[in-house]
Design a protein around this ligand. Structure first.
Ligand code: ADP
Length: 281
């Protein structure tokens, strides 16, 4: 399904090109667009209100905001696990990848058999799905661990297996729901670098939920900050750093400047103020 024009702020793709401003930063055919989206659950909880976010193909956008502001709900809307009660959600591809907070591997299956599970459920023949699973495991650095059970892996390795499982579907839109929140800082940084490398090589569109400002800035071409519940867009901040991002880019002055801007927007968001960059009047 193709989408129609949506409001967008300036962003930067993996090729390092900055989207030129077009008539107040409006462009057509986003990979994912939330237009005036609201969601009130049946129990009366209003999770989201008036969300306008358009993500162009090849962007990597992080969502940050206070706990309970609706970040995961936005991903579930993108995956059609939920329906909005107001507005529209447009997704330009059916090829979705989804990585959750937990690795959600079946403990009785080997790593290889976990990673091939989606293809198995889709009826793909054994040789083809095994080849796809091995390739995905190689991409995430888990070759040699095919026959291990999840319990024999570290937390970081389990998350790599979860990412490999999602990669077998060759996602065009990859949704990450705070996948590295439970990992130690060094493992988390390494996985940030690996996912960023996968993004650059594969060219998927990424949407990444996180509580970490540093992780959001390192991974993303844009960071969207949401207010406390009901979640509204409080700030939409471009990250003017080229891809690929080296580990050292975390120490660049530009990195610190964007991280400071995102942190300030988060604090503003908690107080209810908004700071929308590049938004048409
Ligand atoms: P975040 O990911 O930002 O922490 P969520 O998207 O998980 O927030 O949830 C947003 C709000 O909606 C929270 O207050 C949460 O308790 C509530 N919520 C989420 N799912 C449901 C549901 N199925 N029914 C009722 N309330 C829900």
């Amino acid at each position: 399904m193709r989408t129609t024009a949506s409001t967008i702020v300036k962003g930067q793709g993996p090729d390092g090109n900055t989207e030129p401003a077009q008539g107040g930063n409006v462009y057509t055919d986003p990979a994912l667009a939330f237009q005036h989206v609201g969601l009130t659950f049946e129990n009366g909880t209003q999770a989201l209100d008036g969300i306008d976010i358009a993500i162009r193909p090849g962007e990597f956008v992080s969502l940050v905001g206070p706990s309970g502001c609706g970040k995961s709900t936005l991903l579930r809307l993108a995956a059609r696990f939920e329906q909005p009660t107001a507005g529209t959600v447009s997704v330009a591809t059916g090829k979705l990848g989804y990585v959750f907070q937990e690795a959600t591997l079946l403990p009785w299956r080997s790593v290889l058999r976990n990673v091939e599970l989606p293809a198995e459920l889709a009826g793909v023949d054994k040789a083809t799905r095994r080849a796809g699973a091995r390739e995905a495991l190689e991409l995430v650095g888990l070759s040699g661990f095919e026959n291990h059970k999840p319990a024999q892996l570290s937390g970081g390795m389990r998350m790599r297996a979860s990412i490999a499982r999602a990669l077998t579907g060759a996602p065009e839109l990859f949704l990450f729901d705070e996948p590295f929140g439970a990992l130690d800082e060094i493992t988390r940084q390494r996985l940030n670098e690996e996912v960023s490398g996968l993004y650059r090589r594969s060219g998927f569109t990424g949407v990444f939920v996180t509580h970490s400002v540093a992780e959001a800035v390192f991974m993303s071409s844009r960071v969207v900050v949401l207010t406390g519940r009901p979640g509204r867009v409080a700030a939409d901040i471009a990250v003017p750093l080229d891809f690929p991002r080296s580990p050292e880019s975390r120490y660049a002055p530009e990195f610190g400047a964007v991280a400071a801007e995102v942190s300030a927007a988060l604090h503003d968001a908690e107080r209810g103020a908004t700071r929308i960059e590049g938004r048409a009047a």
